[in-house]
Design a binder for this molecule. Structure first.
Ligand code: ZN
Length: 159
């Protein structure tokens, strides 16, 4: 009878334990709020950086000391806001020197850890979608929230 109670207790614990993947656990409203607090405002490039970084964590494992991130984009806001999303999610920081930002057309990030490499390139459709947005802040926030939930492969080409 003691064993049955113990077994039941384990089952209850197991059912209560969150059994979600790393990205799902982190990709919550609360996580986004913390990132906004870090960055200062909600924008699509912040969210794109978060999504890229969370995906890299999932594929390569989150190792803030061992991962490197190389970003190629415009080096001024709003494009450069992407770097804050990557810093927040991966722990690669300018202070540690394991993230870089290089002036370029388009937007691409390469993650490197051990001998593994992951490249995410922002899809042209997304760039066009952003270029066609009205200047109002609400429109940008709406797109940012939408990009937070959109399927990763519809946002980036994964190389
Ligand atoms: Zn920003």
């Amino acid at each position: 009878m003691g064993t049955k109670v113990l077994l039941l207790a384990f089952m209850v614990l197991f059912l209560l334990a969150p059994v979600q993947s790393a990205e799902k656990v982190e990709q919550t409203e609360e996580y986004l709020s913390k990132a906004i607090e870090f960055h200062g405002h909600l924008g699509p490039y912040l969210v794109l950086g978060l999504r890229a970084g969370l995906y890299a964590n999932q594929i390569l494992g989150k190792e803030p000391m061992e991962t490197e991130a190389f970003i190629k984009s415009k080096t001024t806001p709003p494009e450069s806001c992407f770097a804050d999303g990557v810093q927040f999610s991966t722990g690669c920081t300018f202070g540690k020197g394991n993230i870089s930002l290089e002036e370029s057309q388009g937007l691409q990030v390469t993650f490197r850890k051990d001998n593994k490499k992951l490249i995410l390139r922002l899809r042209k459709e997304i760039i066009e979608e952003m270029n066609s947005l009205p200047p109002q802040e609400e429109a940008w926030e709406k797109l940012a929230k939408d990009l937070y939930k959109r399927e990763i492969k519809k946002i980036f080409e994964i190389l």
